[in-house]
Design a protein around this ligand. Sequence first.
Ligand SMILES: Cc1cc2nc3c(=O)[nH]c(=O)nc-3n(C[C@H](O)[C@H](O)[C@H](O)COP(=O)(O)OP(=O)(O)OC[C@H]3O[C@@H](n4cnc5c(N)ncnc54)[C@H](O)[C@@H]3O)c2cc1C
Length: 333
Amino acid sequence: MIGAGLSGAACARALGEAGVDVRVFDKGRGPGGRLSTRRADTPIGEARLDHGAQYLTARGAGFRAFLEEARAAGAAQPWTGRLVSIDRGGNILPLSEEARWVGAPAMNALVRFSLADAALECGRRATRLEGGPGAWTVRFEDGSGEGPFAAVALTLPPEQLVDLLARTDADFSGLIVDARGALLAPCLAVMAVLGAPFDPGFDGAKLHGGSLAWMARNGSKPGRTGPEAWVLHARHDWSRIHLEDDPERVARALLEEAWVRFGLPKPVWAETHRWRYALAEAAPGTPFALDDSGTVGAGGDWRLGGRAECAWDSGHALGRALAEGLAAISLRA
Ligand SMILES: Cc1cc2nc3c(=O)[nH]c(=O)nc-3n(C[C@H](O)[C@H](O)[C@H](O)COP(=O)(O)OP(=O)(O)OC[C@H]3O[C@@H](n4cnc5c(N)ncnc54)[C@H](O)[C@@H]3O)c2cc1C
């Protein structure tokens, strides 16, 4: 499997449940993908900031059961912060009553929990596949290879998936065309650590009518200790225009807007993170796609929509489909 985000974790779990041995490779320093918590050394101590997904909601029984299981294992907690939406005129409405979850103590704990039984290798960027159905080799950017694998699950954002497939000799034109129909919007995120507690009357706010789409007080989430820390997300259209801007200018612009609208004080430490692929804007609408041989599959949130639950549903369905295909092959053999 390539990709240890939530969709990869769900896929590995489904394969493991079917008795399939799984190896998972990810290019990152650790698993989690967009479920990520940044550790930062700041002048007033170490801070931890959830700079990607802010919370998870479960509308289906499968993901809800997984979150409850993760909670029982200490890897997930409900977030009961004061969450609101605020328009340009300053009108405030509470967000819906829906349960909102976070990984504990960090967002990627959910992915680690789901991958507990899989062999995971991080720091390995896959560049292409070699071989063919039933005997795939994964080639990495340092020239090394792993395999042969009976099947390969690719749980990457569509742009990275197309890159990998386009470098591969086998004919993946169906998967490539399908992935090109998806689009992930970027998001510029600013992490800010303040010298003193700051309470604007909410812990998380969806914002309308400016460059900011969201801001949240990290310390209001369960288990997040350390100095007062806030995360700001820009709107997608603003992020798209300013994606290549100097990160310090991005931070200044978004922090200034938060100061003008809510009085957010000047931070003692701030950093910008560029999420090039953040949330799905266009999705194929089916949970996964398989190549003609049924041994290479693609999944991820981008197949179903812009929520973590979509990643889970997609990965889980892909894992089950690959496991069924492998079982059918071994019956024929
Ligand atoms: C700023 C932001 C805010 C969000 N807010 C929310 C929210 O509040 N609620 C919500 O439900 N969802 C939210 N999301 C969306 C949520 O994070 C995603 O839906 C979900 O995490 C996607 O999981 P995934 O496994 O599909 O993809 P990813 O998490 O992107 O995982 C893909 C993995 O593949 C790896 N990879 C990529 N290329 C290669 C390669 N060539 N070789 C090896 N590994 C590779 C990456 O390192 C990564 O770990 C947000 C996302 C962002 C960025």
